[in-house]
Design a binder for this molecule. Structure first.
Ligand code: SF4
Ligand code: SF4
Length: 370
């Protein structure tokens, strides 16, 4: 059978079956696009076809009720088509300008019981779009902080910039709840990173019964774990020993072995990073750099974290040149000035490893000093 006729339940169907007709027709023939107003884009094709897109903030975890409502809106205005961006924004597309206003009015009229917008329109251009994030305390086993909670607290504080495009350039915020970073926060203008500060606790009594000891040893990227024999209640047990000085608190061993937990109320918290980007416009892509070494988990609203992020955004907003990303601004004025302008203390925790070019951070010359 030809490939396209195969019926299988393995994997999603080929994506181009779901293109809106105007997108399928004009594939590879788009002339330009522009942002008409915050959250609204138009794409114009060589032949004159137009697509109007309304982008709304979404969430990484959605109820089936909300997804049904998204589908209902797509059926009503967009012939059943809808797309999600990689930042969990929802995009509704229409192929005629006359359909744009009814779609926008419909979206703006839908509110939660408390009165907040269900489908806030925005997230385009020189502003803050949805925060990409990881699983947090809800779904993963190694988080040092929560994902949904920190993201909600942050987005509530910076929501104005989701809609006003007042910043010098796009500002991308990302969040990962442990340093394994399945949220890929390493190239973001501002990154929130959950960080453990204590090595795993050893539950010798159960370790050999619950875990494959060689797997736990092999899981450690720094080679900090070795096999050991311990005495528990007068009985010799097979277990492991951890060289705490080598441990970087990643939690990989806990992934393999539930008898090596490392979550700890005092040890766990947040690192803030800044200045990364994936775009190669104006300057090369950059890694984010640690700018706040540790903040405690202040549930449920993380006020110190959100205040610090707001300070960075305000300093960037008032001081950067147009089109300059946060990292480009910091490099132009000098990271020393970045810390001053954002009112961030510089501590010895922020000095990085200057020996390996892969990890060069602040400055590669001997002139760097604090
Ligand atoms: Fe789990 Fe770490 Fe990913 Fe968070 S960042 S979901 S703790 S692997
Ligand atoms: Fe090794 Fe990471 Fe476990 Fe520390 S937390 S012992 S570095 S695997």
């Amino acid at each position: 059978k030809p490939m396209e006729d195969r019926i299988t339940d393995i994997g999603p169907k080929k994506f181009d079956q779901f293109y809106p007709p105007v997108i399928a027709k004009n594939k590879g023939k788009w002339l330009y696009h522009e942002i008409l107003e915050p959250g609204v884009l138009v794409h114009v094709a060589e032949g004159g076809d137009e697509v109007y897109t309304v982008r709304c903030g979404g969430a990484r975890l959605m109820s089936t009720g909300l997804i049904r409502e998204i589908c209902e809106i797509a059926d009503k205005h967009c012939e059943g088509h809808v797309r999600f961006t990689t930042r969990n924004n929802i995009e509704f597309m229409v192929d005629d300008k006359s359909k744009l206003d009814p779609l926008k009015k419909d979206l703006e009229g839908r509110k939660f019981a408390g009165g907040s917008f269900k489908f806030p329109v925005g997230g385009t251009g020189a502003g803050i779009t949805n925060i990409v994030h990881t699983q947090g305390w809800i779904h993963c086993h190694t988080p040092a902080t929560d994902a949904s909670g920190t993201v909600k607290a942050t987005m509530d504080e910076v929501f104005g910039d989701f809609q006003n495009m007042r910043l010098p350039a796009p500002l991308r915020i990302s969040m990962a709840c442990c340093l394994n970073m399945c949220g890929a926060v390493h190239c973001s203008d501002i990154a929130i990173l959950g960080y453990h500060r204590k090595p795993p606790m050893l539950d010798h009594e159960y370790l050999d019964k619950l875990c494959e000891i060689p797997l736990a040893i092999a899981a450690c990227p720094t080679g900090a774990i070795k096999p050991s024999k311990v005495e528990v209640n007068g009985e010799q047990m097979k277990s492991v020993a951890v060289n705490n000085d080598r441990c970087m608190f990643c939690g990989n061993c806990y992934t393999m072995c539930p008898s090596l937990p490392l979550a700890d109320k005092e040890g766990d918290g947040i690192v803030l990073m800044a200045g990364g980007k994936v775009s190669n416009r104006i300057s090369m892509p950059k890694f984010s750099k640690v700018v706040v070494a540790f903040l405690p988990n202040e549930t449920p609203r993380w006020p110190t974290m959100t205040d610090t992020i707001k300070k960075m955004i305000e300093a960037y907003s008032s001081d950067a040149n147009k089109y300059e990303r946060l990292g480009e601004w910091a490099e132009r004025i000098g990271w020393e000035r970045f810390f001053e302008k954002c009112e961030l203390p510089f501590t010895h925790h922020l000095i990085d490893d200057f020996r390996d070019p892969a990890y060069y951070t602040w400055r590669q010359s001997t002139q760097f000093k604090f």
